[in-house]
Write a protein that binds this ligand. Structure first.
Ligand code: FES
Length: 160
């Protein structure tokens, strides 16, 4: 019997049950259910994949195999927002490194990590296509440029 985590919220549990019942019995149900689960939990916890496997009647090994095949799925917790800190050449020469350091200090997170409050996942990228605005970063879909350490803190604080 699959052990169920007790720290899922009832809202998450209900949303997962709804997703499973929407797709159950349809051919190709697994991928949309996994996508939904990732939307609900922010990543695919092992226990969630186990629950999906038993509810859809698919062997757990197959669920894990399919999930690991697709790059869109993540197995570690991600923040509600993704910050892409540009460290491409233009941003680097204009202080992109300091911006990244300031964010790591302000958010108390390492590069590649997720904040303890689940707000942000901080990642490094190389050129986001707005070099004239260097140093720049992207949060979710929004680009911010001509950053300073002060400005970046104000921007981060706007996100819940
Ligand atoms: S190097 Fe940062 S936007 Fe191009």
């Amino acid at each position: 019997m699959m052990q169920q985590r007790t720290d899922w919220t009832s809202k998450q549990r209900k949303a997962l049950e709804e997703a499973i019942s929407t797709y159950k019995g349809q051919p190709g149900a697994l991928i949309p259910v996994l996508q939904k689960a990732q939307e609900i939990f922010g990543y695919l916890p092992r226990e969630v994949m186990g629950r999906i496997a038993s509810d859809l009647g698919i062997p757990p090994a197959r669920v894990f195999g399919v999930a690991t095949f697709y790059a869109q799925f993540s197995f570690t917790p991600r923040g509600r927002h993704t910050v892409l800190s540009c460290q491409g050449t233009a941003c680097h020469v204009r202080g992109g490194g300091k911006i990244l350091e300031e964010m790591m200090r302000h958010l108390q997170v390492e590069e590649g990590g997720t904040t303890a409050d689940g707000r942000f996942t901080l990642e490094k990228v190389y050129c986001i296509g707005c070099c004239s605005l260097a140093p720049a970063l992207i949060i979710d879909e929004t680009a911010y440029g001509k950053l300073t350490p002060e400005k970046v803190k104000e921007i981060l604080d706007q996100y819940e």
